[in-house]
Design a protein around this ligand. Structure first.
Ligand code: SAH
Length: 243
């Protein structure tokens, strides 16, 4: 059976998954803890991406090279940037880009040098399953009817976006480059690029913890603790049952 890696950015997001892991075995590698075991009948490795693009890339390479996983699924939180993307909503990524990549004028703004592209697509089949699993997960949590599931472009960068002015200017700069972004976080684009290099399927879902505005630093910690880990548990269960 093939092994699925489940990446979380923060320990609070991972806790609920770890609690359900059967026959847990811990390995330390590259200064990180990896947990193997079975979750809902499937072999998995649970890992913390850690925060930021470089940390997430290192973790992804370790999962691929050392733990030989067959696919990577990311569950985490993000700031809502697109219109109508509200706290408590879920975004399943179709593509990722780096909002802080800028090698202009040599390369187009946001283009990753030598790749000839700014955006890295998630795996279509795995992402379609994650959309289904997220929908089923939201239903099983019996959330308010206004909770939405979005699907589209997510931007990553090494910055916690926490100001209304900052998030407006980020959104407008990305828009000028032709990039309509739903949410902003700090790891996904790095994992997507590593998976592109290795030809490994990748899918990601992010629960919206804040609106990347002046209240982001207040909304974020409470949300991660109380809500995001419940969402992750529900969606991962549905996804693993579909694999
Ligand atoms: N203070 C936190 C730091 C979290 S950084 C701590 O105690 O560790 C924010 C994490 O959530 C990152 O993993 C990032 O991917 C995601 N995130 C949520 N909201 C974000 C925002 N508004 N901007 C950038 N990243 C955000």
């Amino acid at each position: 059976m093939t092994t699925t890696a489940i990446l979380s950015a923060l320990a609070e997001e991972q806790q609920g998954l770890l609690a359900l892991l059967e026959h847990p075995q811990q390995t330390r590698h590259a200064g990180r803890d990896f947990w193997h075991g079975r979750l809902h009948g499937q072999p998995v490795v649970l890992a913390l991406s850690r925060i930021g693009k470089v940390a997430a890339a290192t973790t992804s390479v370790a999962l691929i090279e050392h733990f030989k996983v067959s696919r990577i699924v990311f569950t985490g939180v993000a700031g809502g940037l697109g219109e109508g993307v509200q706290v408590g909503d879920v975004v399943v990524a179709s593509e990722f880009m780096q909002h802080d990549m800028d090698a202009s004028p040599i390369f187009q703004r946001y283009e990753v040098p030598l790749y000839g592209q700014a955006r890295f697509a998630c795996d279509k089949a795995l992402t379609a399953l994650l959309v289904q699993a997220s929908r089923a997960g939201l239903e099983s949590l019996a959330l308010p009817a206004k909770t939405l599931l979005h699907h589209g472009l997510v931007a990553s960068g090494d910055r916690f976006v926490s100001g209304a002015t900052e998030s407006r200017s980020l959104r407008s700069a990305l828009g000028q480059g032709g990039h309509e972004v739903l949410a902003v976080e700090m790891e996904g684009a790095a994992v997507a690029q590593v998976c592109f290099d290795y030809g490994l399927p990748f899918a990601a879902m992010r629960t919206i913890s804040d609106r990347a505005d002046d209240a982001a630093h207040v909304d974020f910690p409470a949300f991660v603790k109380d809500v995001a880990s419940l969402y992750a548990q529900a969606m991962v269960r549905h996804l693993l049952e579909m694999l």
